[in-house]
Design a protein around this ligand. Structure first.
Ligand SMILES: CC(C)(COP(=O)(O)OP(=O)(O)OC[C@H]1O[C@@H](n2cnc3c(N)ncnc32)[C@H](O)[C@@H]1OP(=O)(O)O)[C@@H](O)C(=O)NCCC(=O)NCCS
Length: 177
């Protein structure tokens, strides 16, 4: 897909995960506040399996996960994702995000996701993106709406009610003016 393995925004430095990021991910996946909407907490082995999956995605498809660091102090604050997804039979490339709870509501997810959307359309040449979340995840729905995603409908994913949002290239181009 040709996504860059690193990028930066005004406040964030983003990069493909390296083994030094494992401890951060293990800690984040042990926090129920963050993982409530991500299928629940994962233990060390499950996080390392996820890490390996993201690594494989980068090698095989040229996209995956970026760890987000605060540019001021280099401390990790979350991650963003560009990855293949199937939401109740609706398949495509999804943009996803997670921010550590201490840094919520600072606009960090929106800032990172905004740039990932640009990467998906401008660098990867995608025609559309998906984003889905559990119906009650108002924070994630807020990010989707802030970056221009349009609600498409309700779907069942992982046996749970989810909402599916979509953003196509034409809508994205118009939003750029
Ligand atoms: C979803 C998540 C990544 C949002 O991160 P964030 O950096 O706090 O989001 P932002 O500050 O960019 O918020 C963007 C908008 O989302 C909405 N929003 C964010 N948090 C919200 C909350 N707790 N309640 C209601 N709306 C919220 C608001 O509209 C907000 O815009 P505003 O602050 O101008 O009102 C974060 O809450 C998180 O990591 N949650 C757990 C993991 C998760 O749910 N990931 C997504 C799974 S699909």
């Amino acid at each position: 897909m040709n996504a860059p393995e690193s990028f930066s925004t005004a406040r964030l430095a983003a990069a493909r995960p390296v083994s030094a990021d494992e401890d951060f991910l293990i800690e984040a996946w042990a926090d129920a506040r963050v993982t409530k909407w991500l299928g629940g907490m994962r233990d060390r082995a499950a996080v390392l399996a996820l890490f390996a999956h993201w690594d494989d995605l980068w090698d095989s498809q040229g996209l995956g996960c970026w760890i987000l660091r605060d540019r001021n102090d280099g401390i990790p604050v979350g991650w963003v994702l560009l990855h293949p997804m199937d939401f109740g039979g609706h398949t495509g490339i999804e943009v996803g995000w997670a921010i550590i709870a201490d840094r919520w509501r600072e606009g960090l997810a929106t800032e990172a996701a905004h740039r990932v959307v640009e990467i998906a359309f401008a660098d990867c040449g995608l025609d559309e993106l998906l984003s889905g979340t559990m119906t009650e995840n108002v924070a994630s729905r807020g990010v989707m709406e802030k970056i221009g995603f349009v609600y498409e409908g309700d779907v069942v994913h992982a046996d749970l009610p989810h909402v599916l949002y979509r953003l196509d290239r034409e809508t994205w181009e118009k939003s750029r003016g």
